[in-house]
Ligand binder design. Sequence first.
Ligand SMILES: [Zn+2]
Length: 116
Amino acid sequence: MNKNFFAKIQDLLLKKEKRVEEEIKAVEEDDPVMSDALAEATEPGTDSWKTDAHTQLAAMKQNLTDLLGRIKKALVSLQTGKYGKCETCGRAIEPARLKLMPETLICMSCSKKKSK
Ligand SMILES: [Zn+2]
């Protein structure tokens, strides 16, 4: 893998990081529980959909936060020269996989094993 490849990956990661941060913000704004945090007592009977929506949005936010964490980790490993090595088996991650999913921390075969 050459310098250009890493520069491209870094670019992809930085763009993705920004996008995910914006998505997290949007999810927070959509959350009825969050935006009602300062509101006084809510009307009876309206809580159930709010709780449902909140649960769904909280799960979405969790996924996005996890993704953001992986992106940040990948960016750090780019700086330290450890980028592109599988966290599980230590082998090089396939460049095609990195281009598709630059934040990935494990190689194709480890991810296959994991999802089984
Ligand atoms: Zn691996």
